[in-house]
Design a protein around this ligand. Sequence first.
Ligand code: ADP
Ligand code: F6P
Length: 482
Amino acid sequence: MGYSTDAKRNLIIVSNRLPLSVKRVDGAFESSLSSGGLVTALSGLTKSTQFRWFGWPGIEVKELQDQKEVLKSLEQHNASPIFLDSDLAHEHYNGFSNRILWPILHYQSGVLYDDTPWQAYKRVNELFADAIADAAESGTLIWVHDYHLMLLPELLRKRLQDRGKACAIGFSLHTPFPAGDFWRNLPVRKHLIEGLLSSDLIGFHTDEYKQNFIDTCASLLGAGTQIPNQIQYKNRLVCTDKFIVGIDPQKFADTLKTPEVQDRIKTLKERYKGMKVIVGVDRLDYIKGLTQKLKGFDSFLEDHPELRTKVVLIQVAVPSREDVKEYQELETELCTIAGKINGKHATPEGTPLLYMHRSVPFTELTALYSVADACLLTSTRDGMNLVSFEYVACQEQNHGVLVLSEFAGAATFMRDGSIPFHPANTTEMSEALFAALNLDDKERQRKFEFLWDFVTKNTSAKWGSTFIEKLSRRCSHSSAPC
Ligand code: ADP
Ligand code: F6P
């Protein structure tokens, strides 16, 4: 079976979250852009590649008439909703995916395993498999995304075989894959790995995550892993690779030129005249190291009290997973720390920390990235971190400095162009911040050029086409080496 490599190939993308989340407002259905790196990366692909996107619409829609309305509104975006009962969606998304799997993938200690969410996870993966097996035709490339759907490749392959459809299945993980010894903590560790091993191609953000996965396949399942990037399991050859996910830098360049953003930049520059602006944009998630960031900034202000009126940290904490207890507790903790920092360091001239717990429009985001002298990202673990790419994309004029935790996947590639630090070491963070704000022009230029080159070369379009090409090849010659 051959696949054309032009944009007309039949491609299905599957992720838990659709690019648009549906809400019911005053009885009517409204959809808004979902946030998060996965949506950013895949949305960047839409310019160059055609595909149909399947996922959960983010809301329970029971009535058939309402389902038709939601289907129609998403159709114009080539998105197809997979409707789920709200209790099931809750146990799958909040229960298993975000309370059990997410912490394990990000090296958080303690296992919260419980059987009810696991059963819901399996059921949702089955429902997705039913929908995709119906929608796919022989020859369709199916590209599954992220940890919410790790069982899907196996469930889907069985259904496709039963229906006599030959399709290639690819999978991309958008989180780290932890070292084998950590993954073993999860009681259902083998089921999830076996689920993934029905894929033809599995993509990771870094070589480290890829190798952790390969090692786990060998130690847990006895899979053959002697040849680099290949996993031999149950008479199937599964290929793995690193695919560098990126953004669409042109979208930022175009937005920066709009009069609305230019006006906003002017206003912000006037407001912070004579001051250094540091920006942070993160989903409110413990993996983003927001507690550490605020504590590090507190240390910085203690180390340099003369800068209290000369520096401002503008931190956007985008609400995320608000039904999960750990996220609710973090929100309360951050408010308290933010209040304490301003209580301690505020002057009649103003407060050094602007903590915003809300989502901001894309135009405001670009303006903020553009006026900031530095961007501070403090993830304790992070699959990639596309905010770091976005900051660079908005700094062509100013050459701002990226202060990037060594635990973000992006640090693997951006180390030479950023100022790296350990997020739990507040002294190191304070020093990194001070160094960033005092970097000489030559070094700032050098670092920026390095980052600019990386971000403009590794776009989301390139990421997508590289993965799809490889998946197509894999399918045409399923026993050929990877
Ligand atoms: P994660 O995938 O963990 O959320 P990333 O840093 O990779 O982390 O991606 C976050 C993405 O969410 C970025 O592309 C960022 O621009 C986007 N984002 C941030 N705020 C908003 C918002 N208000 N609406 C939509 N997307 C947002
Ligand atoms: O980066 C991992 C990830 O789960 C992405 O898949 C997603 O874009 C982001 O985090 C946001 O997560 P959620 O879909 O739970 O809002």
